[in-house]
Design a protein around this ligand. Sequence first.
Ligand code: ATP
Ligand code: MG
Ligand code: MG
Ligand code: MG
Length: 439
Amino acid sequence: MRLSRYFLPVLKETPADAQIASHRLMLRAGMIRQQAAGIYSWLPMGFKVLRRLEQIVHEEQQRAGHIPLLMPTLQPADLWLESGRYDAYGKELLRIRDRHDRDMLYGPTNEEMITDIFRGYVGSYKALPLTLYHIQWKFRDEVRPRFGVMRGREFLMKDGYNFDLTYEDAMHAYNRHMVSYLRTYERMGLKAIPMRADSGPIGGDDTHEFLVLADTGESEVFYDRAVTDLTLGRREIDWNDRAQLEAIKAEWTTPYARTDETHDEALYTQIPEDRRVKGRGIEVGQIFYFGTKYSEPMGAVVTDESGARVPVHMGSHGIGVSRLVGALIEANHDDKGIIWPESVAPFGAGIVNMKPGDAAVDATCGELYQALTAAGVDPLLDDRDERAGAKFATMELIGLPWRITVGPRGLAEGKVELTCRRTGETEALSPQAAASKLA
Ligand code: ATP
Ligand code: MG
Ligand code: MG
Ligand code: MG
C-alpha cells in the first residue's frame, strides 16, 4: 500500500477523553472512530489488525478440530424464553421489536441459538463429539463502556460450543479449548494466563479466564510468578490424546493463578513469598463447562449406545477478538506509539521515501516495495511529500515492526537504513540485503 493512496487519518493531538494508552493510540493511529458510546467503526488499519487476529483464531480453532459456521447477530426472543435467560439477563441485553411486533434481541452470546441448531439436526451419539464456533459481533449494553474497544457495547467475539455425550468427553473438549487458546495468544505474541474463574451458581471449578497482565486491566489478579515462565512453544499436539492435553492443562493450572472473584488468601500465602504477585489483568477469553444447563430445558438430546435419550454435555468458550487489539497495544507500546508483534502487524514493514521526486530514491523505493510485496511482507510505502520528522513520527506511531529508510545520501553509497521498531536498532545495508532480511 502507498500511504498517499491509503486512508490513515492519524491525529496529531492526544484525544482528551481517552484514559488508557491503547485507546489513545488506536484513535491517534487512525484505527477506530467512535460512532456512539462503545460503538466503533474500524478504519482501514484497525480493520486489518482485526482481520489478522480473526485469521489466527480461525486457524487455531480448526487445528483443534472445531468447525466454523456463522450465526446472525439478531435473535428471536423465543429461544431465550425457553432457556429462561430472557428475563434473567437484565439490562445488558439489547431488546428490539420488529415491524410485526415480534420480540428480538441483538445477541450478547449464542448458547440458545447453537443449541437450537444442534437439536434441529442431531439425534444420535454417533454425531458426537462436535464443536461449532463462529466469530461474530455481539452487543452488550454495558453500564460503563470505556477504554475504547476494550469494553465496547458492540464487540467482536469468537464463541465456540462443544456437544459431547459424557462429562469426560466434554472435559476433553474443555482441554482442547484451553490448549488451543494458549496457542492462539502465543501466536499473537501475547502472554495470557489461564486463571481459575468463578462459575457462578452452577458451581464446580470448570471455568478459566485468560488474562493478559497489564496495570490498566479491570481485573485484580493474584498469581505465582512461576506461571509467567511457561510457554507452549512449538511442541507437537495430538488433539485426540486426552492425557497430553490434560497434562498441559495441569502444567498451567497447578501454579496458583486466580482473579479476585476466586482468590483464596490461605492458598496464596502458601506460595513462597518472592513468587507471590498481585497485579491487574485484561480478560481476553474464557472457557466454561456447564453440562446440561441448556440442553435439558431446550431438549438437545441424543440416543446413547444403549438407546436411552440423554441431554448432551456442553461448554462455551469465548475469545474477545476486538478487545485483543486493545490488549495487544497495552502490552506492546512506548511513548512514541504502538509496537506490533510481527504476527499481527497491519503491515509487515514501512518504507520511508525521504525525497519523493528524486529519481534514484523513487526507483529504489519502488523496487523494495515490489520485492517485499512478492515476499508476502505487505509493505506500507510512505511516498507523501512531508517532512522527514513527520514521516518518522507516523511510522513510530503506527508501530510497524520494521522501517526501511531510503534517502539520497545513503543511496549515493548504495545503502538504505533498516530500523527495528522494538529495539530502535538501525543498520545501513544494501536495498537487496534489507529486502532479503525481511523476506
Ligand atoms: P467482562 O468480565 O470483561 O465483562 P465477560 O466475562 O462478561 O467479560 P464473556 O462472556 O466471558 O465476557 O465473553 C468472552 C470474551 O469476550 C471475554 O473474555 C472478553 O475478552 C470479551 N468481551 C466481553 N465483554 C466485552 C466487551 N464489552 N467489549 C469487548 N470485549 C468483551
Ligand atoms: Mg461482562
Ligand atoms: Mg468476566
Ligand atoms: Mg468472562
